[in-house]
Design a protein around this ligand. Structure first.
Ligand SMILES: [Zn+2]
Length: 296
């Protein structure tokens, strides 16, 4: 099997173009060629980035990288990642789509309890998505203590956000707290570090968004039907494979690998460390994008 860096960048870019041209089909152009690459583990990605600072050698196109962050899920140690202007624009649109699926609309009011700065997925990515959606952003930082809740609740009493955008820690704290105006819905960003929450039964008022910042901040998200996570198949290609890397048929759980289709810092067959199944049948919500179901 090949490692991604053994091929020249031009051939790799051509392969990604072919994959992007047929994202829904298991047998589409490029699939067999993609399967020749060995899955990339989180440890291999971390080693590559460490050996070739600051971001490794997987950048296909020479556009300037204009934002950096640290990815910590699915890698053994926090690893720098970065985005170009085009990457950020694409992520903003994907974030808007995920939040729209969670019921947030233009002129809707949200408040996010995500970390700022280096942490991904964080408040910067969400603010970009809310800009693209024309919805109100109100970043308040993590709410995992009574004093943080008191401070946030004071502004929430005035602004009355209909959607709170949270991480797993803030969701856990807010679910057990009472002293704040409850929103219509929570949108929670979960990474491979939150495997149990990804596989847990759905909750009507909680819309889970699956984030693997190394590949895509908004890989997949729940809709109102709460029956799997719709995949951003225009940005990432998802494969379900067995331990040897061979593909499983739909609706069978196996290792979930992600390949970036348009991102400047390319990842081929990145192993999320999660088990999941793909379902390409039409969802009750009417959306036709394939759904990921996580397995415990
Ligand atoms: Zn749906």
């Amino acid at each position: 099997m090949l490692a991604a860096r053994d091929k020249d960048a031009e051939a790799l870019a051509a392969l990604l173009d072919r994959l992007a041209g047929a994202p829904q089909s298991r047998y589409g152009a490029g699939r067999r060629e993609l399967a020749e690459y060995a899955p990339l583990s989180g440890a291999e990605l971390a080693d590559e980035v460490e050996a070739h600072p600051p971001f490794g050698r997987f950048q296909l196109h020479p556009e300037p990288l204009i934002r950096a962050g640290l990815a910590s899920a699915a890698v053994p140690r926090p690893t720098p990642i970065a985005w170009t202007r085009a990457d950020l624009d694409a992520e903003a649109q994907l974030g808007a789509r995920a939040l729209r699926r969670a019921g947030l609309t233009a002129r809707g009011r949200s408040s996010d309890c995500l970390e700022g700065g280096l942490v991904t997925p964080g408040t910067l990515a969400i603010t970009d998505a809310l800009d693209a959606l024309d919805a109100l952003a109100l970043p308040v930082g993590p709410v995992t203590t009574a004093p943080a809740l008191q401070r946030a609740a004071e502004v929430w009493e005035i602004v009355r956000p209909d959607t709170l955008i949270v991480d797993a820690a803030s969701l856990a704290f807010l679910s057990g707290a009472d002293a704040y105006p409850h929103p219509r819905a929570f949108a929670v960003l979960l990474t491979p570090a939150n495997a149990a929450l990804l596989a847990a039964p759905p909750r009507a008022e909680v819309y889970r968004i699956f984030s693997v910042p190394q590949a895509c901040t908004f890989v997949a998200g729940e809709c109102a039907a709460h029956d799997g996570f719709h995949l951003a198949d225009d940005a990432v290609l998802a494969e379900i494979v067995d331990d040897a890397g061979a593909p499983f048929r739909d609706c069978t759980a196996g290792r979930l690998l992600l390949t970036t289709l348009a991102r400047s810092l390319t990842l081929l067959r990145f192993d999320t460390g999660l088990r999941a199944a793909l379902d390409r049948s039409r969802c009750r919500c009417g959306e036709t994008r394939a759904r990921i179901r996580f397995a415990a």
